[in-house]
Design a protein. Structure first.
Length: 255
C-alpha cells in the first residue's frame, strides 16, 4: 500500500487509533476524509486539521452507510483507500444467562457487520480505480483470546479471516487488502485503557505503523513489534502459554 498521494476514507476516525492514523496520513500529503457518528467531533478535527474532510456516518445503520458512501464518492471521486476502522469493545460475562446477549449483538453489528457494509458500499467504486486498497482492522485478540471480551475476540478473528478471504477474491483485480493488527494501545476503547501503562502509547503505535507501511508497500499484515507475541503463538507452538500470559498480566491486554 503506497501511502502518498492517496484519497482515504476512515470511518471511526474521530478518536483513538482512527483519528491518529488519519492525521498521520494527512501529514504525508494524502487526501483524508474522516467519518463518525458525532458531528461535533468531526468539526473539531477539521478545525485543527483544515485539510481533512469529514462526513457523518453510523456503520451500525445501513442507510447511514449508503448515504455517507454516496457523499464521499461525490465529493472525492478519486477515493482509492477505505479503512474500516470503527469498533467497540466491552467486557461480558457469558455465565449470566441472557445478560451478555445485547452487548454481543452490538459488538457483532459494529465490528463485523460495519466493515461488511462499508466494503459493500464502496467496492464497486474501488474496483473501478487503477490501484485501490481496503484496510481492515483486526486485533492481537484475533489470535489469542482475552477472557473478559468473548464477542470482541470473535469479531476480530472474523475480520482476520474475512481479510484473508477477500485478498483471494480480489487477487485478479486492482483492489488490495491490508490488515492492521493492533496490540494493546492507549486509547479510550475501554474505560481506563488510555492510562494503562502496559499498553503501547498511541503515538508510538502510529509511528511504527507508518514506518511499516512506508518500508513495505506490499505488506499484507501490519504487525508492530508488541503484537507479534499474540499473532504467532500458535505457529511458535506456545499458544497455551500466550493465552495464560495474556490473561494473567493485563485485563485489557490487546486492542
Amino acid at each position: 500500500m503506497d501511502i502518498t498521494g492517496r484519497t482515504v476514507f476512515i470511518p471511526g476516525a474521530t478518536s483513538g487509533i482512527g483519528r491518529a492514523f488519519a492525521i498521520a496520513l494527512a501529514e504525508r500529503g494524502n487526501t483524508v476524509i474522516v467519518g463518525g457518528r458525532r458531528r461535533e467531533r468531526i468539526d473539531a478535527i477539521r478545525r485543527d486539521h483544515p485539510a481533512i474532510d469529514g462526513v457523518v456516518i453510523d456503520t451500525a445503520d445501513p442507510d447511514s452507510v449508503a448515504r455517507a458512501a454516496a457523499e464521499v464518492i461525490r465529493r472525492h471521486p478519486d477515493l482509492d483507500v477505505l479503512v474500516t476502522m470503527a469498533g467497540v469493545m466491552a467486557a461480558e460475562d457469558w455465565r449470566s444467562p441472557g445478560g451478555f446477549v445485547a452487548n454481543a449483538e452490538r459488538t457483532v453489528t459494529t465490528n463485523l457487520l460495519g466493515p461488511i457494509r462499508l466494503i459493500g458500499a464502496f467496492i464497486e467504486h474501488l474496483l473501478a480505480q487503477p490501484d485501490a486498497t481496503i484496510v481492515t482492522v483486526s486485533s492481537g485478540l484475533a489470535f489469542a483470546p482475552l477472557r473478559p471480551t468473548p464477542s470482541y475476540n470473535a469479531t476480530k478473528a472474523a475480520i482476520h479471516m474475512l481479510s484473508e478471504s477477500l485478498r483471494l477474491q480480489y487477487a485478479e483485480t486492482s483492489v488490495g487488502v491490508v490488515e492492521l493488527v493492533p496490540p494493546s494501545v492507549q486509547t479510550d476503547l475501554m474505560p481506563g485503557h488510555a492510562e494503562n501503562p502496559q499498553a503501547q502509547p498511541l503515538d508510538d503505535f502510529i509511528a511504527e505503523v507508518m514506518a511499516i507501511l512506508e518500508g513495505d508497500p506490499d505488506v499484507r499484515e501490519v504487525l508492530v513489534e508488541r503484537v507479534e507475541f499474540l499473532r504467532h503463538g500458535e505457529a511458535r507452538g506456545d499458544y497455551d502459554e500466550v493465552v495464560r500470559t495474556l490473561n494473567r498480566t493485563d485485563p485489557h491486554a490487546a486492542r
